[in-house]
Design a protein around this ligand. Structure first.
Ligand code: NDP
Length: 263
């Protein structure tokens, strides 16, 4: 039997085990998916091999560490330096990124998106911004601190911190910070968030499984919003295809994962 896992901190909230195990069980693929709480991202590679894993997903805050841990990085993950899916290929650690395409799938229903404001500048923001730029979208980015902004400047995003933020009009605002994940914080001071929401058409959050304070505000304002569940589904389907080396049908994987959301 093959073993897969998700690495993160926190990781107890993750729905990935439920999703992948539903596929393995119902499509009769001989594998099991567990979760691993990891404090130190530099220990990712040795933990992966010590557990005898065939593959893994990586969540907050280890996606950049995962990139550094890989023997080889393929596809879009190479462009962004962020890895959320790991495959054991003959003892070598191969890295992929399925988050960005998962998010593009999630926002397909939002029409006429030209200008996006991204909140946060971590691994998820990097993947999404690079993907948005591939689509020639205008991207602004607001982060709590200056430290991580260089990558986004080089991508030609307009970047701000809370101190120098200049409000514009946005078709979509997306929260990629972990504010609201295990606390009740907003991704920026309330005054700024209120102004942003009042100037945006659609709202999305990468966090799933709870209505974050950010989405609660959007809901109060009667806006069209979605949490990270569809992004989770999109990235999960693509990761599972890599895990089973395309031996299962994509549509069947998606169907089983979707059903697992109802459990
Ligand atoms: P990272 O740790 O790489 O980045 C976190 C970012 O959030 C940083 O920019 C950080 O700012 C900012 N931040 C953290 N806490 C706060 C706060 N209290 N207020 C304002 N900003 C804050 O995280 P990831 O990019 O890996 O993940 C981000 C979120 O996206 C997580 O909640 C994760 O669960 C979710 N996610 C969901 C997915 C899905 O499938 N639905 C897929 C991927 C991620 P600073 O630079 O100042 O430290």
């Amino acid at each position: 039997m093959q073993l897969f896992s998700i690495f993160g901190n926190p990781v107890s909230h993750s729905r990935s085990p439920l999703m992948h195990n539903a596929v393995f069980k119902n499509l009769h693929y001989d594998a099991c998916y567990t979760r691993t709480h990891l404090e130190d991202g530099t220990k990712l590679k040795e933990t992966f091999f010590a557990l005898g894993l065939s593959g893994a997903n990586v969540t907050v805050p280890h996606k950049e560490a995962a990139f550094n841990a890989c023997d080889e990085v393929r596809g879009f993950a190479k462009t962004v330096g962020v890895v959320n899916t790991l495959i054991n290929e003959n003892g070598k650690l191969i890295g992929y990124n399925t988050d960005a395409d998962g998010f593009m799938y999630a926002i397909e229903e939002f029409k006429e998106i030209k200008h996006i404001l991204v909140l946060g500048a971590g691994g998820t923001a990097k993947a999404l911004c690079a993907r948005f730029k591939q689509e020639n979208l205008e991207v602004s980015l607001l982060n709590r601190s200056e430290g991580r902004l260089q990558y986004f400047k080089e991508l030609s995003c307009t970047t701000y911190t809370w101190d120098d933020f200049e409000l514009q009009k946005y078709d979509l605002v997306v929260n990629t910070t972990s504010a609201g994940l295990k606390d009740e914080e907003l991704p920026a001071p309330k005054k700024i968030i209120n102004a942003i929401l009042e100037n945006s058409s659609y709202v999305a959050d990468a966090i799933y499984g709870k209505l974050t304070p950010f989405l609660q505000l959007a809901q109060k304002k009667g806006m069209t919003y979605k949490d990270g569940a569809d992004m989770l589904l999109g990235q999960g389907v693509l990761a599972n295809e890599l895990f089973v080396k395309a031996s299962l049908q994509k549509e069947a994987i998606k169907e089983e994962m979707q059903k697992s959301f109802l459990l």
